[in-house]
Design a protein around this ligand. Structure first.
Ligand code: AMP
Length: 544
């Protein structure tokens, strides 16, 4: 017979984050950029969160109902991150960069009752409102947008809504830590988007993980700027992590151009920031004009770090980019790059490359790679297989119309669709997405490695590789390449550059020079759009 422990059984819930921010860090700041910076403290924010919770009561939103947000990273969005889950509702962040049809699908699938919309995003949302079956109110948050507010009884004003309430304690406190806290749909490159439903427990555990010294080492000393959007995977949980540790939080608001972002980071002496590679690439030309000497950690996630880009950061501000691997389904952080004791002697490019790869799993999560026949691959750094993940911060199923049961193994691990290796120290390397691998003459070509080899050329700004059907080889890679501003580059130059970098049979015969690579709603390269553009009527590779 086992013996029960005698520790307090206190639920891990979002209200504990609110209380910690207010009682321990009431003086610490939440700053929102925009035409002018808005500075508030947690002591200012917490009463507004309570007013928001009461406003939801007044609107008759029942416990467990989904409340949608269409908002930039801002103080008001932080208030929604706290007020909606703390009062027992489900915070549903929606990515306004998705296609209208996808947005309609997502809002209806979640049956959102109320939407909170930044005025700058209203032009995207309002024309779709007629297609939202369950939405009763649209609450506008005035962030300086200029769209006239529609004269419609469903429209409410955020500040008026809060002004009508008092800041008495929230009555509908959440007791069960497994209650749903928030919802985010995966971008869904094929099929309909699938809902990932985070629990209070997973939100709190994930925010604690990020503080780990070998993860992001976030502390009260930090000034944290999540550039990763709060409408996609909860800005990696960074707003919640800042509440846990008392770091100042700096949010860009609607000011998301490269120049505005660099200026924001410099102006507030930011120490930690996170974004996808596209954002870091766009910022390069602005780096020199600003003092970023306060920065200690730049996380680049959502995709591979290309070394040429990381080198530019190391040269300009003294630190390379670091990497993290994760998915919407994984809260998202599962691995973060770090130098282990075994990497003590690494320097220069080798050190940068290590920091630019995903690294080992964070606490409470497990990773494994599995071959096509279902066997777990050895941890030797050279045996690729499908990456599978498990842990308390990983989805166990999907919410909504599409249960996506194929995405889970019989023993409950999440199948990621990424192809990866794990080395003897547990360090993960992503080889490719299953569907993005190019199979040429029976051998695999990693589109990620080929892209990185192409982007190592300073004349190249961006490169994306897709596979097209080839009568002789099955598939061949096509490289879509964007030259750096002012550079002259021919397809033959690209091939010449690749000659001593990759196997000769990897070198694409077809290289398309273009002015921009189409991006997905989350800033990643849209290989689907590229395939449509270049493959045309050709049959898609069979794995699609
Ligand atoms: P999303 O759910 O939209 O955040 O997309 C998750 C996918 O992004 C993963 O399955 C990977 O294919 C990709 N991804 C995320 N992080 C990395 C990384 N560090 N390296 C390579 N691919 C990544």
């Amino acid at each position: 017979m086992t013996m029960r422990g005698l520790m307090q059984d206190r639920p891990l819930t979002v209200p504990t984050l609110l209380s910690r921010a207010e009682t321990s860090f009431g003086h610490k700041r939440v700053i929102t950029g925009g035409t002018s910076d808005t500075v508030a403290t947690w002591a200012d924010v917490a009463p507004r969160v309570r007013r928001l919770a009461h406003a939801l009561d007044a609107l008759g939103v029942p416990p467990g109902a989904c409340v949608g947000t269409f908002a930039w990273n801002s103080q008001r969005h932080v208030e929604l991150y706290l007020g909606i889950p703390s009062s027992g509702r489900v915070l549903h962040t929606v990515n306004h960069r998705l296609h209208g049809e996808q947005i309609t699908f997502i809002v209806n699938d979640a049956a959102d009752e109320v939407l909170f919309v930044d005025r700058t995003i209203l032009p995207v949302v309002w024309p779709l409102v007629a297609s939202f079956g369950s939405v009763r109110h649209v609450v506008v948050m005035d962030d300086g947008g200029d769209m006239p507010i529609p004269d419609d009884p469903r429209i409410l004003d955020y500040e008026e809504l809060l002004g009508d309430q008092t800041d008495r304690p929230i009555a509908t406190d959440v007791r069960d830590e497994n209650t749903a806290a928030s919802l985010c749909y995966t971008s869904g490159t094929t099929g309909n988007p699938k809902g990932v439903l985070y629990s209070h427990r997973s939100v709190v555990l994930h925010s604690l993980l990020l503080l780990g010294a070998d993860v992001f080492a976030l502390s009260e000393q930090d000034v944290v700027a999540p550039i990763v959007p709060m409408f996609h995977v909860n800005a990696w949980g960074l707003p919640y992590a800042a509440m846990q540790c008392g770091a100042d939080l700096v949010l860009p608001g609607p000011a998301t151009s490269a120049e505005e972002l660099v200026s924001l980071l410099a102006r507030h002496r930011v120490t930690f920031t996170a974004a996808v590679a596209t954002v870091w690439r766009d910022m390069v030309p602005s780096l020199r004009g600003h003092d970023l000497s306060s920065m200690r950690h730049i996380a680049c996630g959502g995709g591979a770090v290309d070394d040429a880009l990381s080198r530019r950061y190391e040269e300009a501000i003294g630190i390379p980019l670091t990497n993290a691997w994760g998915m919407t389904e994984t809260s998202p952080v599962v691995t973060t790059s770090r130098l282990g004791t075994q990497h003590r002697d690494l320097a220069g490019e080798a050190r940068r490359l290590l920091l630019g790869s995903p690294g080992p799993a964070v606490p409470l999560t497990e990773i494994r790679v599995v071959s096509d026949d279902g066997a777990e691959q050895p941890r030797d750094g050279t045996s690729p297989g499908e990456l599978q993940v498990a842990g308390a911060t990983i989805a166990s199923g999907y919410f909504g119309a599409d249960p996506g049961t194929d995405s889970f193994t019989a023993d409950g691990w999440l199948r990621t669709g990424d192809v990866a290796t794990i080395d003897q120290w547990g360090y993960l390397r992503i080889v490719d997405r299953t569907k993005d691998l190019v199979k040429s003459g029976g051998e695999w070509i990693s589109s990620v490695q080929l892209e990185n080899a192409i982007m190592a050329d300073p004349r190249v700004k961006e490169a994306a590789v897709i596979g097209i059907v080839d009568p002789r080889w099955g598939e061949r890679p096509v490289a879509c390449v964007v030259p750096t501003a002012g550079a002259t580059l021919t397809p033959e130059d690209v091939r010449e550059h690749l000659r001593d970098r990759v196997a000769s049979w990897w070198i694409p015969e077809r290289i398309e020079l273009m002015s921009e690579i189409p991006k997905t709603a989350t800033g990643k390269w849209s290989k689907q759009a590229l395939r449509q553009q270049f493959v045309g009527a050709q049959p898609e590779p069979s794995r699609e």
